[in-house]
Design a protein around this ligand. Structure first.
Ligand code: XMP
Length: 514
C-alpha cells in the first residue's frame, strides 16, 4: 500500500518500538517498523518522508552493537533518534557516548534551553520524561546543539536544524513522558512536513481499491471466528468484492453464549455476505471426550477445525484466496535482544491451510494494530458488541474447563461467563479490562442453600488488564461488583456453589488457565 507520507521506524531492538509506531499513527501519519539492518531496502521500497531510530538494550560502543548502513544518512531525510537512536547519531557523526556516572533511569525533569525550536513548539519550560538507558552523550555530534537538559545530562534533546536531525535521550513514546505525543507531533509536522492524511476513511478506500486489483475475478474464502479481526475483515473484503467473498464459520460449540448467533446475524442479515455455517458440535465433543491434557485438547480442536474448514473450502469453485484478519504485531520482523540477528514471528494462519489448498493470502489488516481494526470496524458500521469484543482463544471454552469437556460443562460455563460479561457491560467496566472470563474447576466443595447441604462446582472469575496480552495484571474490579456477580452466579446457575477471583499476574501465571 502506498502512502504519500510514510515514516520509517528503524528497530534496534527496543521494547518500545511498537509504541513509537502507535504514537505516529495516532497523528494520522502512516509508518512501518523495519529492522535496522534492512534499512536500505526499506528506504527504497517505502520512500519515507522521515526516519525514526528506535531505542535498544545495546550500548553503541559495545562490540557488535546494531548500527545501520551509513548510506541511509545520504537521502536528506529528517531523522529523530530516540535514546539509543540518538546515541547512534552521536557515535557515527563525531559525538561521544559514555556510560553515565550517575545513571538516570525512570523519571527525570528536563528544562528547555531553546523554546524557539519547531521541535519544542508549544511545550512548557520544564516537564517530566522517562529515561531507560545507562548511556548518555558527553559530546554532541558535529552540527548539533543541545536544546534541553537535566541536572545530570547536558544533551537530553539535541538538534541540527540544517539537516533536520533530532535526538532525544528519553522515550517520548511512553505515557510516563509528559508531552511525548507533542514531541512526536512536532517532529512529524513541524520538522518533517507530513500531512495528517492517514485516516480510517482513506485506509478503507485505498484497501478496497487494492483488494479489487489483487483479487480480480477470483473467489475468496474467509474463515470467521466470531472475533473482531475476522468479522471486520469480512465486512471490508465484502465492500470490495461483494459476492466473490465466501465466509465459512465453523461453530465448534465452544464459543460464548449467543456468540455464534450474533456473528451469523450480523454477517448474513446486516451485510448480506455469503456465509456457510457448519455446526460441528458433535464432532468436536466426540473428539474431546475424556481428554484432560490441555495440549491434547488444543491439537484435537486445531486438527478437526482444519479438516472441517478444508472440506468446506474445497466446495467453493474458483477459490484462489484465503482471507485472514492477521494483524501488524504478527508480521513485524523483530530484532532479537541477544544479538542483532533477525527473527520472524510466525504468522497465525489456519494450520497451514493456504499451502495445503494452494491459496494465496489476503490479509487486509497486516499493517494495523488491533485498536486500529476496531476503528475501521466502527467506520464500516460493525456493531459495538463485536468491535469492542475481548480477545477469545481459538480452542474456546475447552481450555477454560480444567477437566474433560462435555456439553453440560460447556453450558454451565457459558451461563456463568454470560452473567459476568453482561454485568461488566451493564455496569460500565467491560472496556476497562483487556479480557474477562470464567473458568470451571474440577473441584466440588460443600455449601449450604436454604436448609440443604450442597456439594457442587467452583468457578473462577478472571479479568486482566493488558496492552497486548504478552504481560497482564489482574483487574482491580470493585469488591461490591464482584460480590454482586458472585451472588447472581450462585443463585442463577445450577451446579455452582462457590465463586473465586483470580489475582495472579502474567508472568508468572498466564491469562488462560490451560
Ligand atoms: P496466555 O494464556 O498465553 O494468553 O497468557 C495470551 C492471549 O492469547 C490468547 N490465547 C489464544 N488465542 N489460540 C488463540 O487464538 C490459542 O490457542 C490461545 N491461547 C491463548 C488468550 O486468550 C490471551 O488473550
Amino acid at each position: 500500500m502506498n502512502h504519500p507520507d510514510t515514516i520509517l521506524i528503524l528497530d534496534f531492538g527496543s521494547q518500545y518500538t511498537q509504541l513509537i509506531a502507535r504514537r505516529v499513527r495516532e497523528q494520522k501519519v502512516y509508518c512501518e517498523i523495519h529492522p535496522f539492518n534492512q534499512a536500505v531496502k526499506a528506504i527504497e521500497n517505502l520512500k519515507p518522508k522521515a526516519i525514526i531510530l528506535s531505542g535498544s538494550p545495546f550500548s553503541v560502543y559495545q562490540e557488535g552493537s546494531p548500527l545501520p548502513d551509513l548510506s541511509i544518512f545520504e537521502h536528506n531525510l529528517p531523522i529523530l533518534g530516540i535514546c539509543y537512536g540518538m546515541q547512534v547519531l552521536a557515535h557515527l557523526f563525531g559525538g561521544k557516548v559514555d556510560p553515565a556516572a550517575k545513571r538516570e533511569f525512570g523519571k527525570a525533569i528536563i528544562s528547555i534551553k531553546n523554546p524557539d525550536s519547531g521541535f519544542l513548539s508549544g511545550l512548557p519550560a520544564s516537564f517530566q520524561v522517562w529515561m531507560s538507558h545507562g548511556d548518555h552523550l558527553t559530546a554532541p555530534p558535529t552540527g548539533f546543539t543541545p536544546i534541553a537538559q537535566t541536572t545530570n545530562a547536558p544533551f537530553v534533546i539535541i538538534e541540527d536544524p540544517v539537516r533536520k536531525w533530532y535526538g532525544v535521550q528519553f522515550h517520548p513514546e511512553v505515557v510516563h513522558t509528559e508531552f511525548g505525543a507533542d514531541l512526536i507531533k512536532n517532529f512529524l509536522f513541524n520538522v518533517a512536513g507530513c500531512q495528517p492524511t492517514w485516516t480510517p476513511e482513506s485506509f478503507i478506500q485505498t484497501k478496497i481499491a487494492e483488494i479489487r486489483k489483487q483479487v480480480g475475478q477470483d473467489q475468496v474464502i474467509l474463515g470467521l471466528s466470531g472475533g473482531v479481526d475476522s468479522t471486520v475483515a469480512a465486512v471490508l473484503v465484502h465492500e470490495a468484492i461483494g459476492d466473490q467473498l465466501n465466509c465459512i464459520f465453523v461453530d465448534h460449540g465452544l464459543l460464548r453464549k449467543n456468540e455464534a448467533q450474533e456473528v451469523e446475524d450480523t454477517i448474513r442479515n446486516k451485510y448480506h455476505i455469503k456465509l456457510k455455517v457448519i455446526k460441528a458440535h458433535d464432532l468436536f465433543f466426540n473428539g474431546l471426550a475424556g481428554v484432560t491434557d490441555p495440549e491434547k485438547k488444543r491439537k484435537i480442536i486445531g486438527k478437526l477445525f482444519v479438516d472441517v474448514f478444508d472440506t468446506e473450502a474445497k466446495k467453493v469453485e474458483g477459490a484462489r484466496w484465503l482471507g485472514q484478519g492477521t494483524l501488524y504485531p504478527d508480521v513485524i520482523e523483530s530484532v532479537s535482544f541477544k544479538g542483532p540477528s533477525v527473527t520472524i514471528k510466525s504468522h497465525h494462519n489456519v494450520g497451514g491451510l493456504p499451502e495445503k489448498m494452494n491459496l494465496k493470502l489476503l490479509e487486509p489488516f497486516r499493517e494495523l494494530f488491533k485498536d486500529e481494526v476496531r476503528v475501521i470496524g466502527a467506520q464500516l458500521g460493525v456493531p459495538d458488541y463485536i468491535v469492542q469484543r475481548h480477545p477469545f482463544p481459538g480452542p474456546g471454552l475447552a481450555i477454560r474447563i480444567i477437566s474433560d469437556v462435555t456439553p453440560e460443562k460447556v453450558r454451565l460455563l457459558q451461563d456463568v461467563d454470560h452473567i459476568f460479561i453482561s454485568e461488566l457491560k451493564r455496569q460500565g467496566f467491560y472496556k476497562d479490562v483487556w479480557q474477562a472470563f470464567a473458568v470451571l474447576l474440577p473441584i466440588q466443595s460443600v455449601g449450604v442453600m436454604g436448609d440443604e447441604r450442597t456439594y457442587e462446582n467452583t468457578v473462577v472469575l478472571r479479568a486482566v488488564t493488558s496492552v497486548d496480552g504478552m504481560t497482564a495484571d489482574w483487574a482491580k474490579l470493585d469488591y461490591d461488583f464482584l460480590g454482586f456477580v458472585s451472588n447472581r452466579i450462585i443463585n442463577e446457575v445450577k451446579g455452582v456453589n462457590r465463586v473465586a477471583y483470580d489475582i495472579s499476574s502474567k508472568p508468572p501465571a498466564t491469562i488462560e488457565w490451560e
